[in-house]
Ligand binder design. Structure first.
Ligand SMILES: C[S@@+](CC[C@H](N)C(=O)[O-])C[C@H]1O[C@@H](n2cnc3c(N)ncnc32)[C@H](O)[C@@H]1O
Length: 274
């Protein structure tokens, strides 16, 4: 198994704290020379952006850091009630907290990939599809409405996405969708015909180890954007703004030896889902 290294997300959080201290210092020190809050706010945004660029932070963290001084200034000027901040903070924690230890933050699959994933799923027979780290479950809802013979499972450990996905499935009466509060590393993949992931580079070596030991011959593993350390059987271009790729692995005989032992112990107990 791959060793889990200190979280990149934690590093970004620490960088963010330092950047915001620098941005605040810009306003405090600048106030002595030029007491104009609007100008100083814009200057602190520029300082925050410059440091994120210097640290080569990803675009989402650059945007977040650049906007934070502005958001702070606006919130002070408008005097929003404190519960607004508390609610926003709790919401963010409920979505993103797992990224601190898993190194896999939430960001959704681009809609351009949906049709490519759908094309892999059969129309004439039951099957079981798993989205590992399914977020709010949008992909599962899209696929389920177009493949009525399928059973669609999502694993998620973000509290808000899991609650929202579960409520949505109940409200829309989609009984063939099940979103489970489940750590992906603690669940077996032997039951699934199709497994889809959109995770992060940090998780892929360990994921391939798991997939190649647990998935049955004849099943299909798909990974969006982040390849595993094995050549894919098919690589499909996703027409999204990042020109991502969908890597498709058709699990074959070389995995059979690994999965046979696992199947022998798990299938009599659990059976297939669909
Ligand atoms: C990049 S998002 C992908 C969301 C969804 N699959 C999609 O494509 O729209 C990755 C998700 O995996 C979840 N995740 C990370 N580590 C996990 C784990 N150990 N078990 C289950 N879910 C996990 C994160 O909370 C996040 O929602």
């Amino acid at each position: 198994m791959t060793e889990i290294k200190p979280s990149a997300a934690l590093t970004f959080v620490l960088h963010t704290i330092v950047i915001q201290i620098l941005a605040a210092a810009t306003v405090v020190l600048g106030w002595q020379a030029f007491p104009n809050l609007s100008v100083l706010t814009l200057l602190s945004c520029a300082v925050a952006y410059a440091v994120t660029a210097l640290l080569r932070m990803p675009p989402s963290w650059r945007l977040c850091n650049t906007m934070l001084p502005l958001a702070a200034a606006v919130s002070l000027a408008v005097e929003l009630p404190s519960w607004v901040f508390m609610t926003a903070f709790i919401g963010m924690v409920a979505i993103y907290a797992p990224a601190l230890w898993t190194r896999v933050p939430y960001y959704p699959t681009h809609r351009a990939a949906y049709a490519l994933i759908l094309a892999e799923l059969p129309t004439d027979r039951p099957f079981v599809f798993l989205d590992i780290g399914c977020g709010f479950g949008d992909l599962l809802f899209f696929l389920q409405s177009r493949r009525p013979l399928g059973t669609f499972i999502g694993y998620e450990i973000g509290v808000l996405p899991w609650i929202w996905g579960t409520i949505r499935a109940k409200l829309l009466r989609r009984s063939s969708i099940s979103i489970r509060f489940q750590d992906m590393w603690r669940a077996s993949l032997t039951e699934y015909d199709f497994v889809y992931t959109f995770l992060s580079p940090a998780a892929m070596a360990r994921m391939w180890d798991k997939v190649s030991h647990e998935m049955r011959p004849g099943s299909t593993f798909m990974t969006n954007t982040f390849p595993v350390p094995a050549p894919a059987d098919e690589t499909v271009a996703i027409r999204d703004p990042r020109n991502s790729k969908l890597y498709i692995h058709r699990m074959g005989r070389e995995q059979a030896a690994n999965t046979a032992a696992i199947l022998a112990t798990t299938l009599p107990k659990t059976g297939r889902l669909g």
